[in-house]
Design a protein around this ligand. Structure first.
Ligand SMILES: C[S@@+](CC[C@H](N)C(=O)[O-])C[C@H]1O[C@@H](n2cnc3c(N)ncnc32)[C@H](O)[C@@H]1O
Length: 275
């Protein structure tokens, strides 16, 4: 579909009139700024339809492409973003899929630390009869998740904002917590380091501060047999397993082809959920 700019002109018309840089010029500028996928980025920026010069300037200055565009493609779902909200990573699709396979068709899921709500949006899309809640401590993230979700979005520190009726009813608790160890945050790529708030990245001394809190505070929310799923990095396996065991959960792990690890804790007991 052809994208029009606010003046009603297609980008290619404006390029012909010399008002906007050509596709080739744009690719060169983006490549010089270090954009690895310069061709794809140029196409997306041209298709956006807003002031191309302004969009390119923001991108060349290092703002993440997804923030410049205002959306990210998350496994086929267009997730809207707001400034200051964590950009969902493509590797987190694996976490969403793992959560989806453990969510009964009419089950209940909670996306803790939801950010833009990408994982919850994925679950709403793939399990349309399920009930999906999302929560985050950051009011900007909550507003962004409301842009993306049909279900309930609440603000609060971990479980604080969730309705108490959910206790014992949750089939799947999924969380992409901040899990970068504090002393590694400075080594992140500038797009993350300079453009994403610290509270979205910093996971404490070993990156597992929130995973430990969730494991300890989860008691009473998951139904017997329900699952907690949290994305971690490879060296965090032992710490995650210990935290799950301390919280009364049976730990296991799954790993994606790209190396992404998801720690899974199952609440013992219960009957298998209905299909
Ligand atoms: C790594 S981002 C992940 C966002 C989203 N789940 C995703 O995958 O794109 C972590 C999120 O955790 C939120 N967060 C940090 N501390 C929190 C807390 N104590 N309670 C709830 N959310 C928290 C941050 O605001 C941020 O949105």
């Amino acid at each position: 579909m052809e994208t029009k700019n606010p003046a009603g002109r297609a980008p290619c018309d404006l390029q012909l009139f010399g008002v906007m840089p050509s596709y080739d010029e744009l690719v060169l500028r983006l490549r010089a700024a270090g954009c690895v996928y310069a061709e794809d980025e140029a196409r997306l920026l041209i298709e956006d339809g807003r002031d191309l010069e302004e969009l390119v300037a923001r991108r060349v200055e290092g703002e993440p492409l997804e923030q410049v565009l205002g959306w990210v493609n998350f496994d086929g779902i267009r997730v809207l973003l707001r400034p200051g909200v964590f950009v969902p990573r493509q590797r987190t699709v694996f976490l969403a899929r793992q959560a989806g396979t453990r969510l009964p068709g009419t089950g209940v899921a909670v996306d803790l630390c939801c950010g833009s709500g990408a994982i919850a949006a994925w679950l709403e899309d793939r399990a349309p009869r399920a009930t999906v809640y999302a929560t985050d401590i950051d009011p900007v993230a909550v507003a962004c998740a409301l842009d993306n979700l049909r279900g309930t979005v609440v603000a609060g520190d971990l479980f604080d904002g969730l309705p108490s009726e959910l206790r014992g009813q949750v089939d799947v608790l999924v969380a992409n917590t901040p899990y970068v160890p504090s002393d590694r945050v400075g080594f992140l790529p500038p797009e993350a380091r300079d453009h994403e708030p610290l509270h979205t990245l910093d996971g404490g001394p070993d990156g597992l501060a929130l995973l430990r809190r969730i494991s300890a505070e989860e008691t009473g929310w998951l139904r017997p047999g329900g699952h907690l799923l949290i994305e971690i990095s490879e060296p965090q396996r032992d710490g995650a397993a210990a935290a799950f065991v301390a919280g009364g959960l049976e730990p296991s792990f799954v790993q994606a082809d790209d190396g992404t690890v998801v720690a899974i804790g199952q609440r013992p007991g219960g009957l298998p959920p209905p299909p």
